[in-house]
Design a protein around this ligand. Structure first.
Ligand SMILES: [Zn+2]
Ligand SMILES: [Zn+2]
Length: 113
């Protein structure tokens, strides 16, 4: 049994993974860097902290920390109300902040002309 570092619940990894996967189609339970039960992982996925979760960029192959890339993205995006995960679904792949910003700029350039 594992123990959730957030709420202290003891849990079975595979069981919680199923619950998480049903709730969140974007992120994968495997990529959490802390021991979270499904419920806490779902909350963490909505507003990740540094060191909570990592992903690998499908454009450049960089491994990144989700919270860090979200803050870089939010500081640089030209689109109000957009989010990094929203761009992932537009692009159909997971991207780090710099690849996401490049993708976004290309999209905006197309709209301009
Ligand atoms: Zn928990
Ligand atoms: Zn990248």
């Amino acid at each position: 049994m594992k123990k959730c570092i957030n709420c202290g619940k003891e849990y079975d990894y595979e069981f919680e993974e199923d619950i998480f996967t049903c709730e969140n189609g974007t992120l994968s339970y495997d990529n959490f860097d802390k021991d979270y039960c499904a419920e806490c992982a779902i909350k963490a996925a909505e507003a990740p902290d540094y060191g909570d979760y990592h992903e690998e960029c499908e454009c450049c192959g960089n491994r990144f920390d989700l919270a860090e890339e979200i803050s870089i993205y939010m500081n640089n995006t030209r689109v109000i109300d957009d989010s990094l995960e929203n761009l992932w679904s537009q692009a159909g792949k997971i991207m780090c902040a710099s690849c996401a910003l490049e993708f976004e700029n290309n999209q905006l350039d197309k709209l301009d002309c």
